[in-house]
Ligand binder design. Structure first.
Ligand code: 3UK
Length: 516
């Protein structure tokens, strides 16, 4: 499938509404708070669309959506896109200054906000002149703010949609980035069905018999695609969790209760689940048929341990907000633990050196990707757009090697790679060695300058319960690395910490450790 297979005028509300003819009464969405059929979601999305129009929202306009994962996130999202506007899926862990930056970058006139997150919007509203209306999912605190429930109550449940061009923008997501301001990444209506088909159906094999669940949230395109767009594209149901995915017992409890067949999580989600004592006997995970990991490389020891404890395969795939979702992936029936798998139809890959020349197989190169779901640029960021969107190719910032069987191995970010003794050392490789030691829960490796001002690997380590940091344990971990790696790659220092700095989407922020 490619973009030309879609009609020129295409609105991705189709992904919801395609289910109305055959399965309007099927459960579309489950959560602790609400359960809804496709018919009910569609009617409520229509009410939202009409209510947004009544506030003056026009096609092409951005509407802010700052909400925990709940039914209202979904109905608001489809209401926004149906009337031709574009949803800004805002990070629920945003600090007020992030919300302010985004609001002044995308300039939404309307922001729909969950009451649990109202404080971070209220703190900065006065600094955001574009915001005219705030709709609160829950109870408003200020005069003039609208309560979602009564706001939609008087709106009709049928809505005349806008026949958007398939290349009109329907969503904007801000990518956390390791440095600098977040970058707004606009995606078009066409990107939604395309990724659903290219990866959700062709690679993961989703069908209408599935029920998906994700630790990854809807504001993150990993969660949005995996746990809303792809399943609804095929008529499968989704399970939403309003709470934090970091509470592993909540994630496990929801699986036990709602019996999903597919689980998406960041690697840390699997590690945290396995850190819950007797997780595999306390919770019934037997409904799951396959698991997915993305966001950062999944270390082989986590893959192996999860397999041993649950019998389940974790499909690791690399995706990005720029491409919308996964563009290089293992397959449920063909996984090489520790690798990102192989290319699949719809995306082409190249590994090049810093001069853009293809590297020989086995050598580390910069990963470029070409595919029709790529964004065209970053909002208001001319220079950074030019550095990333190189004509048809997108510069991922990732280093990769390909093995003799064609599997791709992540070798860190171009900005995190270390030169040790003049040779590239991947922090990811050192981390994989460390994490295979029973004492290590999580770790991050960065470059630290030694007495000669030369960069050497340093590891920050959080320990599994029952272990305590000591010089002796440091020495044990270093010799463990020496067993696993070329000697020069071993960490020269180990610092035990209580936790590692992470982005809202669970990625370890090595750059913050560099400042320690
Ligand atoms: C890294 C991975 C190794 C890699 C994402 C799936 O993570 C997503 O999007 P972001 O824009 O970050 C993209 C960057 O994250 N990465 C992601 N997945 C992997 N590295 N193995 C992986 N499996 O550096 C990439 O460039 O936050 C992932 C679907 C949608 C997404 N937005």
């Amino acid at each position: 499938m490619n973009a030309d297979d879609l009609p020129l005028l295409y609105n991705c509300v189709d992904i919801l509404e395609r289910n109305l003819a055959e399965r309007a009464d099927k459960t579309a969405l489950l959560s602790l708070e609400r359960e809804m059929t496709f018919g009910e979601v569609s009617a409520e999305a229509n009410r939202c669309g009409n209510a947004l129009r009544a506030l003056g929202v026009r096609p092409g306009e951005y509407v802010g959506l700052l909400s925990l994962d709940c039914a209202e996130w979904v109905t608001t999202f489809f209401g926004i896109v149906k009337i031709g506007a574009a949803a800004i899926g805002m990070n629920t862990m945003s600090k007020p200054y992030d919300v302010e930056y985004i609001a002044n970058d995308a300039r939404p006139r309307v922001v729909v906000v969950h009451e649990a997150l109202l404080a971070s919007l209220d703190a900065i509203r006065e600094n955001c002149p574009s915001i005219e209306h705030v709709v609160v999912i829950g109870t408003p605190q200020r005069d003039g703010d609208l309560a979602y429930a009564s706001w939609i109550a008087d709106s009709p449940s049928t809505c005349e949609g806008v026949a958007t061009h398939r290349e009109d923008i329907c969503s904007l997501n801000y990518s956390s980035g390791t440095t600098g301001q977040p970058k707004g990444i606009p995606h078009a209506h066409k990107d939604y069905p395309l990724t659903a088909q290219l990866w959700g159906v062709n690679v993961l094999g989703l069908t209408d018999a599935d029920r998906t669940f994700a630790g990854a949230k809807l504001f993150f395109t990993f969660g949005l695609g995996g746990n809303l767009i792809f399943p609804w594209y095929v008529g499968a149901s989704v399970v939403l969790l309003a709470g934090s995915p970091r509470v592993a017992t909540d994630v496990l409890g929801l699986i036990d209760r709602f019996k999903p067949t597919v689980l998406y999580n960041a690697p840390t989600g699997y590690a945290m689940a396995m850190a819950v004592p007797d997780f595999d006997t306390t919770y019934d995970l037997s409904s799951l048929r396959v698991c997915v990991s993305a966001g950062e490389a999944l270390p082989a020891p986590i893959w192996e341990a999860w397999k041993a404890r649950t019998g389940l395969t974790i499909v690791d795939g690399i995706g990005s907000t720029e491409i919308f979702h996964i563009f290089l992936s293992n397959r449920p029936e063909d996984c090489r633990p520790g690798s990102s798998g192989k290319p699949f139809d719809g995306y082409e890959l190249r590994l090049v050196d810093d001069d853009g020349v293809e590297v020989p197989r086995g050598e580390v190169g910069n990963l470029l990707v070409r595919g029709e779901t790529a964004a065209l640029g970053y909002l208001h960021q001319y220079q950074r757009s030019r550095e990333t969107f190189l004509g048809e190719w997108v510069f991922t910032g990732d280093k990769y090697t390909v093995d003799e069987d064609g599997y791709y191995w992540h070798a860190g970010r171009s900005d995190d790679m270390l030169k040790v003794g003049g040779i590239w050392t991947s922090p990811v490789e050192v981390e994989s060695a460390l994490i295979s030691h029973e004492a290590v829960l999580e770790c991050a490796v960065i470059g630290e300058r030694d007495a000669s001002d030369l960069v050497k690997p340093k590891a920050f380590v959080t320990l599994q319960a029952g272990f305590t940091g000591s010089d002796e344990l440091s020495a044990t971990l270093i010799s463990h690395c020496v067993d696993k790696l070329a000697t020069y790659k071993r960490p020269r220092w180990i610092e035990f910490v209580d936790e590692l700095p992470k982005t809202a989407t669970g990625k370890i922020q090595r750059f913050k450790l560099r400042l320690v």
